[in-house]
Design a protein around this ligand. Sequence first.
Ligand SMILES: Cc1cc2nc3c(=O)[nH]c(=O)nc-3n(C[C@H](O)[C@H](O)[C@H](O)COP(=O)(O)O)c2cc1C
Length: 335
Amino acid sequence: MDLSTTYLGLALAHPFMAGASPLSDQLDVVRRLEDGGAAAVVLRSLFEEQITFHTGGKIRQRDPNEAEFAAALAHFPDADAYSLTPDGYLEHLRRVKAAVSIPVMASLNGTTSEAWIRFAARLPEAGADAVEINMYDVISDPRRSALAVETELRDLVLELKRAVRIPIAMKLSPYYTAVGHLAHRLDEACVDGLVLFNRFYQPDIDLTTMTIGPRLELSSSAELPLRLQWIALLHGRVRASLALSGGVSQPADGIKAVLAGADAVQMVSAVLRDGPSKFAAMRDGLRAFMNERGFTSVAQMKGHVSFANAEDPMAFQRAHYIRTLQSWKLAPDAA
Ligand SMILES: Cc1cc2nc3c(=O)[nH]c(=O)nc-3n(C[C@H](O)[C@H](O)[C@H](O)COP(=O)(O)O)c2cc1C
């Protein structure tokens, strides 16, 4: 049985890989991920402002020491709050690459085109097999239009493709008006892969202090359907590889991801919760399912239930909503 898959042009032993996170901060943990069965690993993100601040003393083209910009930049953490400097990141990447034999991907978190693109061009020297760009940005300015935001993303891919000679994956958020159209525009710009989706860390209100603060909770399988839907809608309709990220916590979730059409399945929360051997459990669960259902390769199984191949493609769209509504019942008042 052939569990191998190709993601971003890289050969992976099976689809299950470690997503971007601090899991890859320590060499011994990265080795444990490989021993636990991870097919590849993405390092945690290096942030655009870390790079621009270290290379030119600026954040988003502004000097944080100038009084007029101080307020606008106050929400960015101090440079030493981030775990690695840009050079430290490259050094860590080199060490990780030397420590394991699975593909190692770097991750950059940025949105504007600046010095960090030049930094991205240095990643291959340090051994990165690919780079993932996390587009995490909350568009809080009500004057910025969806079209303008998406065009900037497309331009960013064009710029990165010119500067960086390893495959580039874009990690997107689900909060675009027309996710499919954006995926197509990035695909036309020759992005090598799309990671669906980033998980937003939405701030919460503390009722005791009545202040707003960060909230970080690990995911559950409840977050999977949104990802499955978009992987299934895009499979076979874009040239770029597709990775699913978010809500994969048990073998059944991984099997669904492959059936929807994912080339790779990234995991973070479940590994933090259950340990590195989760990858082997995912791989073995996939193998058992394939055996039972008569699939001989992941390539054959991939996208079996995608929009293009499903028996009932309308299930991915709105039509089923009405049918679903018919099954709801109102509970009696709680005592
Ligand atoms: C503690 C933690 C740190 C993370 N750090 C990063 C990061 O540096 N860059 C990034 O793109 N995503 C980061 N993520 C997001 C994960 O890569 C992933 O997209 C998200 O957790 C959804 O996958 P999961 O449901 O398997 O956890 C982080 C997630 C967690 C839980």
